[in-house]
Design a protein around this ligand. Structure first.
Ligand code: MF3
Ligand code: CO
Length: 268
């Protein structure tokens, strides 16, 4: 049986907007703190302080895994690390690194999931292209996240960007529905066929998250049971937004661009 897709009501969507806005605010702060010599644990500590300040929690912490629960509130993955990097006190940001910051925020029972990959100082032309195309693929996917389209329309748009840029696609991980749970139906693969898969309807909330790599598509999992890296050591990039399906344009929930509206409603 296919898993049920949850359709959010207006009050749920309002909570997800709030969670998404907090995720964007925290990623702004953490991205600004990613500098040469900073430990990845310092980024985790900053995340915890920010979550606290916003009255939010980070459901990545204690998320069940095959070897152990995830031991942090943010995933910090550097260069060849694709996702699920565990913050450590002895891992430092270096010049020329690509650092991906993947954060899930929960407020009032609803979650929002967002990822950004940032460049530290001067990076190679290859890494620049990887960043540019992975972010472009996220927006190409979001553009197709409209009621009446199907999941495959999003997947196809993302895959097309990777093909055009001659980049590898991570096949082991996919985007997902999100709401009360971090991972809900449907899955949103980063490759697929137009017109296939679940139909998108207003009130669905999905995390779209292209993960591309410069080299071959093989991956490996580190001994910590979590960190997923490219097998050949080439760099990877990851961008993610939580998006609301509407009849018209998709609404990016993991943004703080409309925070003035949320504040105005709070004060009304
Ligand atoms: N944003 C990631 C995801 O979509 C977060 C997972 S980290 C975990 O799956 F520890 F929570 F698994
Ligand atoms: Co996600």
């Amino acid at each position: 049986m296919k898993a049920m897709i949850s359709i959010k009501k207006d009050s749920d969507i309002e909570k997800m907007r709030r969670a998404g806005c907090i995720a964007a605010d925290i990623l702004d702060v953490v991205c600004a703190a990613v500098k040469v010599g900073v430990s990845t644990l310092a980024l985790e500590q900053l995340t915890v302080a920010e979550l606290d300040r916003h009255g939010a929690t980070g459901p990545c912490y204690d998320y069940p895994g095959t070897s152990c629960p995830f031991p942090a509130h943010i995933c910090v993955s550097i260069n060849e690390e694709i996702v699920h990097g565990i913050p450590r006190k002895d891992r430092f940001i270096g010049e020329g690194d690509l650092v991906s910051l993947d954060l899930v925020v929960c407020r009032d029972g609803f979650m929002a999931d967002s990822t950004r990959t940032v460049a530290i100082g001067e990076i190679s032309a290859g890494k620049k292209k990887l960043l540019r195309i992975t972010e472009r693929a996220l927006h190409a996917g979001i553009e197709k996240a409209i009621a009446g389209n199907r999941v495959g329309d999003i997947s196809y748009a993302i895959e097309k960007c990777a093909r055009k840029g001659k980049l590898g696609i991570v096949r082991e991980l996919v985007g997902h529905g999100i709401g009360r749970d971090m991972h809900e139906a449907p899955s949103i693969p980063n490759w697929g066929e137009r017109g296939e898969g679940e139909r998108l309807v207003p009130g669905m909330t999905i995390a779209i998250e292209p993960m591309f790599m410069l080299g071959a598509e093989d991956i490996r999992v580190a001994d910590d049971g979590w960190t997923i890296s490219t097998a050949d050591g080439e760099c990877a990039a990851h961008f993610e937004h939580t998006v609301l399906i509407t009849k018209k344009s998709p609404e990016i929930l993991t943004t703080n661009k409309m925070s003035f509206l949320l504040r105005a409603r709070d004060n009304a």
